[in-house]
Design a protein around this ligand. Structure first.
Ligand SMILES: C[S@@+](CC[C@H](N)C(=O)[O-])C[C@H]1O[C@@H](n2cnc3c(N)ncnc32)[C@H](O)[C@@H]1O
Ligand code: SF4
Length: 460
């Protein structure tokens, strides 16, 4: 992969959204309540009675706090909280499934967190059975789960495989001891090796590992050693996240020594190394931060320009609306986003009142949907075909985005993209600043207060 030079990267290094949604979550509003979400579900089912769906379940619990973590987590040793949570989650599943009905097929299910495998195997089996009784699963559905290798019993992986999970994702983060101690996440090579070998043996279709770069005490040399070990595990996919340092939102990140974090030129060198080593090892770069083997369906989707991204990561199921359940989870429909309440207390109160636990959301206007499509295409497929905008939304791209060439001119002059009469094409170097390119199509950023508030992490 050809890389962008450090000076250029510095120029584009500002704060900006990661575009896991558009409009981004800070633009969801509390006027969108449970009645609005109910209406959005019913409208969706009227418009797409046979439309495939995707399910997301959030399990917020973890046994200890990793100091880098930006996820929505609850740290607890009180295991009885799980059964209580599951009883409320079941009531939410009941409510949502009654609205969605059993006609629409589930083609994808993902369990995220927190740490879903904080649940013991019996609890996993119980809630999985409940979900399956309330929704209609396609026999080929992609069923995945996030796993912390430190907290598994010997029964976890065989149970998951037996009840239909076919994809596993392991949080590894970094294998260097000093980095691990600093981030409060010590995880041995033996633990990592065991879970990956066992998953292969059990025949999961796909094994993903999560890594992070930009953490304290990571150096080019330490990261090289980490990559060597990870490549030897031979995962099918890797998600290598740029560490999002947002201590104003996640206070515990202040426990990390900022002066030990790699500076922007070291980060860039690590990123170059990641690209070099993984490409040599036969992986293909997917979107901003993922890598997959050439035969992986994500790689094939990238080639066919059908890759898609949502809150759960990259996906090939772009047509499936996501119905998310559990505290803090976000549903993603064609015409609306709906976010659940963030605290357990509110979650229980809403469900006890017989309401969906929706805290905020947004009904998408046609303009939102057009811009979401443009941003998603650029971020996932590195190009935008103007005819697709016309076909999907009945608008002429050039007149709708009058003046877009001027906004993209700096990227053009810096050799990061090509403007053709029929399409915008982002090249390999442009991918490094894809968030900045996407920002040119974000109507909400015109609001200057966005840029003053430290709302987002750095773009590169
Ligand atoms: C819910 S966790 C994965 C499952 C499990 N809890 C674990 O840690 O093994 C989701 C992933 O988000 C990534 N992540 C969390 N905080 C992050 C941050 N501040 N910046 C970048 N990536 C982060 C980590 O790689 C982590 O594996
Ligand atoms: S990284 Fe995973 S295990 Fe660590 S606190 Fe976050 S969600 Fe929990």
């Amino acid at each position: 992969m050809s890389m962008i030079d450090a000076e250029l990267l510095k120029k584009y290094n500002r704060s900006g959204p990661r575009y896991t949604s558009y409009p981004t979550a800070p633009h969801f509003h509390t006027g969108f309540d449970d009645a609005a979400y109910r209406e959005a579900i019913l409208r969706s089912c009227l418009e797409r009675p046979d439309g495939n769906i995707s399910l997301y379940f959030h399990f917020p619990f973890c046994k200890s706090l990793c100091y880098f973590c930006a996820c929505n987590v609850i740290i607890t040793h009180n295991e009885s909280r799980i059964d209580r949570y599951l009883s409320f989650l079941k009531r939410e599943i009941q409510m949502v499934s009654e609205l969605v009905g059993r006609h629409r097929k589930v083609v994808q299910m993902h369990w995220g967190g927190g740490t879903p495998t904080y649940l013991n195997p019996a609890q996993i089996e119980d809630i999985n059975g409940f979900i399956r009784r309330h929704f209609n699963f396609d026999s080929e559905a992609e069923i995945s789960i996030e796993i912390d290798p430190r907290r598994l019993t010997q029964e976890h992986l065989p149970t998951l495989r037996r009840i239909g999970f076919n994809r596993v994702s392991f949080g590894l983060q970094d294998v260097d001891e000093k980095v691990q101690e600093t981030i409060n996440r010590v995880q041995t090579d033996d633990q990592n090796t065991y879970v990956i070998r066992e998953s292969r043996h059990l025949g999961f279709d796909s094994i993903n590992v999560d890594l992070i770069y930009g953490l304290p005490y990571q150096t080019l040399a330490s990261y090289e050693a980490t990559l060597d070990k990870i490549i030897a595990f031979d995962p099918d996919r890797l998600a290598i996240f740029n560490y999002a340092h947002v201590p104003w939102l996640k206070k515990h990140q202040k426990l990390l020594p900022e002066d030990a974090m790699p500076d922007s030129s070291e980060r860039l060198a690590i990123l170059e190394l990641i690209n070099e080593r993984l490409t040599e090892a036969g992986y293909v770069a997917i979107g901003m931060d993922h890598f997959a083997k050439p035969e992986d369906e994500l790689t094939l989707a990238l080639k066919n320009h059908t890759l898609y991204r949502n809150f759960q990561g990259y996906s090939t199921r772009s047509d499936a609306e996501v119905f998310a359940m559990g505290v803090t989870s976000i549903s993603q429909l064609d015409r609306a986003y709906a976010q659940n309440v963030k605290t357990m207390k509110e979650y229980e109160e809403r469900i006890n009142a017989g309401r969906l636990p929706t805290m905020a959301g947004i009904d998408l206007t046609l303009d939102d949907r057009i811009r979401r499509f443009v941003i998603t295409e650029l971020m996932c497929n590195n190009r935008l075909l103007k005819t697709e905008v016309a076909e999907r939304f009945g608008v002429d791209f050039d007149s709708y985005f009058d003046g877009f060439e001027a906004a993209l001119e700096p990227f053009l002059l810096d050799g990061l993209l090509e403007l053709q009469s029929e399409q915008i094409m982002v090249n390999e170097s442009g991918r490094m600043v894809i968030r900045n390119i996407a920002m040119c199509f974000d109507a909400y950023l015109d609001n200057k207060s966005d840029q003053k508030k430290p709302m987002y992490s750095r773009t590169v």
